[in-house]
Design a binder for this molecule. Sequence first.
Ligand code: NAD
Ligand code: UDP
Length: 318
Amino acid sequence: MKVLLTGSAGFVGSHLAERLLREGHHVTGVDNYLSGQRRNTELLRAHPHFRFVEADVSAGLPVDGSFDAVLHFASPASPPHYQQHPVETLMVGAQGTQHALELARRCGATFLLASTSEVYGDPRVHPQPESYWGHVNPTGLRSCYDEAKRYAEALTMAYHRHHGVDTRIVRIFNTYGPRMRADDGRVVTNFINQALAGRPLTVYGDGQQTRSFQYVDDLVEGIMRLLASAYHGPVNIGNPDEYTILEFAQVIRELIDPGLEIVHAPMPADDPRQRRPDISLARELLGWEPRVSLLDGLRRTVAHFQQFGAREYVQVEA
Ligand code: NAD
Ligand code: UDP
């Protein structure tokens, strides 16, 4: 396949590009480095079937030729990043998604949208099945991300129903692994890099809010299977093993340094109290379920940050 991948310099995009290249596909990556890393592009450039275009996909997709698949992963994903760039986040979910859908329509390509568990907001149904419509604050601090993704899903379904585009929607739950930005402010990178530096782990609020953490290789496998399917509705891809954030801090402490202190900091506004995917649909439809345990995935991620060092693996300005 000839694949167009937006967000190729990001954490998930770089892993997905690597997998596609390994399977013999040709990948054109597009990214403007809003939250991505030049280091990821350099890594992919080593492959003869990778091409890179630096561009803001909200302004357009300046690419020639035809594609068999258009995968739209461009968007800041960490709460500190999207809250620093709320307008850009809304634009890439709206105009960026439309430009990617138009390209897919023109080429007769399959389109895949990277959506998110954030479409469920602060959920009142637990665990969250795809049939749940969510509980989102439309004007809160997280709305720039949540509503952008909800709009992007609606736009994707409109292009499918109205223009006959062959679309997929993956709802990604919290994912971690090597090549995350050490400074992205998400809980996995914060805790690992605090622990490696011997600093206290910062638990926001009482730490009783829950998340379910998925290793990136499991996500990529789920995306590849969804792409190969013919299913147009949204599909949850996540690991249903649920932890309170306090329990998660204890896991990191045991793994890196049992002597570390855990401190509490204020709870951010609208932070979801609980999150866990119902993956019945992915199991049934794709024969998919996560394979990497939390401890295995964390060991690989910690090894990455030990190798590269927290300070090296941050955004490199143009
Ligand atoms: P990331 O920030 O590492 O990657 C996003 C990439 O998109 C970055 O390289 C960034 O520079 C690029 N980008 C942003 N706006 C752009 C624009 N206008 N034009 C071109 N490039 C642009 O984040 P990630 O964790 O790799 O997330 C990738 C995708 O997966 C996002 O769409 C995100 O919403 C979705 N997702 C991720 C998670 C997760 O846990 N990692 C969870 C749910 C959904
Ligand atoms: N969190 C925390 N300490 C940190 C960073 C995050 O306790 O240093 C909490 C955050 O409040 C949230 C959870 O960990 O409840 C997951 O946060 P993250 O930003 O990783 O992702 P999201 O909220 O988007 O799921």
